[in-house]
Design a protein around this ligand. Structure first.
Ligand code: BYC
Length: 343
């Protein structure tokens, strides 16, 4: 028996081999499924779907969830060193939000018939990816501001598109996450402007952070379309509604002028506005570096994985205690009212 989770509640489903993915019956169901997507309907967990649609969603949503969790680390490091109490409170709330986004996304993936434990195991074993950008270091406070503006900005451009996607639980999670992420950009912009309009030393600090984060922000959108193996399938089923390059262009069009208006520079000699197209021209990131970092050879990959593995081990007793308490409750022991407080 496998268990789907719908709205967090386990729904047992008898285990059976996936239905055949070819033949006239499959073709008819596929045509109906694609017609629903074309009409803009959402696909829900108990609806029929091709196994490849399920597989692609599990891959993408679980990677997205791992990214949110690992994404807490580069900024989280600065919580004890935030320059003021106000900045510290804001940063704590923001990092906590990212953890919440991870949980929402794991839950959305669980509706597809994979357990949270399986996803986390694959991640800790190094078999599942997380966003390449979180393998870069944050040596100064200005990196927190640059992440808040450029990385959260890039994430929102990507996620507003994902919120239009065809799978109901993912699209709804994206909508909610985008509300919070938009607020994160505001905090990033506020911290960014404070430094960009501050003392010469502060301006230099934010400039150096922009130099570090510009290309990772461009990498967040994935490889160029010519190398993006999944884009055709994802577009066909409206899991993505725009390509990696389209979104990267949208990001540059929105964010390059914002940075330049503050009197800062962007580390790209080819960056310029093209009045003919109405778009900014820019250089692509170093794709060799992108693939190398994804494969584990980035400045912080080993550190990030070590922290997550340690946190998983240190949290084991909490998971075990909660599971034991839940089993006790299911078996009729205690009144279950103080399941957590009674640990
Ligand atoms: N990083 O065919 P492609 C946040 C992999 S966190 C690493 O183009 P696709 C935040 C890709 O997985 C939110 N790997 O793939 C948190 C594939 O490998 P596999 C981050 C990448 O799926 C804290 C291969 O390259 N956002 O907001 O069509 C603080 C070929 O790529 C990356 C998301 O996770 C990458 N950047 O498109 C602040 C968005 N790009 O799986 C902020 C959700 C590609 O075959 N994901 N790869 O082994 C997506 O939208 C899409 O999956 C992508 C890639 C655009 C990332």
């Amino acid at each position: 028996m496998i268990t789907y989770r719908i709205q967090g509640h386990p729904v047992p489903v008898p285990e059976q081999a996936p239905p055949p993915q070819e033949g006239p019956e499959y073709e008819a169901r596929l045509a109906e499924f694609e017609a629903r997507i074309a009409r803009g309907e959402k696909i829900e967990p108990t609806d029929w779907m091709p196994e490849e649609y399920r597989r692609q969603l599990i891959r993408m949503i679980s990677q997205h969830a791992h990214s949110e969790i690992v994404g807490m680390l580069p900024e989280g490091k600065w919580i004890p060193h935030a320059p003021t109490l106000r900045r510290k409170l804001i940063l704590i709330a923001k990092v906590q939000d990212e953890g919440g986004h991870g949980q929402l996304l794991y839950r959305a993936a669980e509706t597809l018939g994979i357990s949270r434990e399986e996803m986390i195991e694959a991640f800790l074993a190094g078999k599942a990816k997380y966003s390449v950008v979180f393998n870069y270091p944050t040596p100064t406070w200005a990196d927190v501001a640059a992440i808040g503006l450029l990385i959260d900005g890039a994430a929102v451009v990507n996620q507003l598109m994902l919120a239009q996607g065809s799978y109901g639980p993912y699209a709804r999670a994206m909508k909610r996450i985008c509300y919070e992420e938009s607020f994160h950009i505001k905090q990033g912009y506020d911290a960014f402007v404070a430094l960009a309009t501050g003392t010469p030393a502060q301006r230099q600090m934010i400039q150096e952070a922009v130099n570090r984060w510009w290309y990772p922000a461009l990498m967040l959108f994935g490889p160029p379309d010519r190398d993006s193996v999944h884009t055709p399938t994802l577009l066909r089923w409206r899991i993505k509604t725009k390509t990696n390059d389209q979104l990267r262009q949208e990001f540059v069009d929105q964010y390059a002028p914002m940075v330049l208006r503050l009197g800062l520079t962007i580390p790209d000699p080819n960056l310029r506005y093209d009045p003919e197209t109405g778009h900014w021209r820019f250089s692509e990131p170093d794709w060799e570096e992108f693939w190398r970092v994804i494969k584990g050879d980035g400045p912080c990959n080993a550190e990030r994985m070590a922290v997550r593995r340690r946190a998983h081990e240190e949290g084991r007793w909490v998971r075990e205690a909660l599971t034991a308490k839940a089993a006790q409750r299911t078996n009729g022991g205690g009144n279950g009212r103080y399941a957590v407080a009674g640990l």
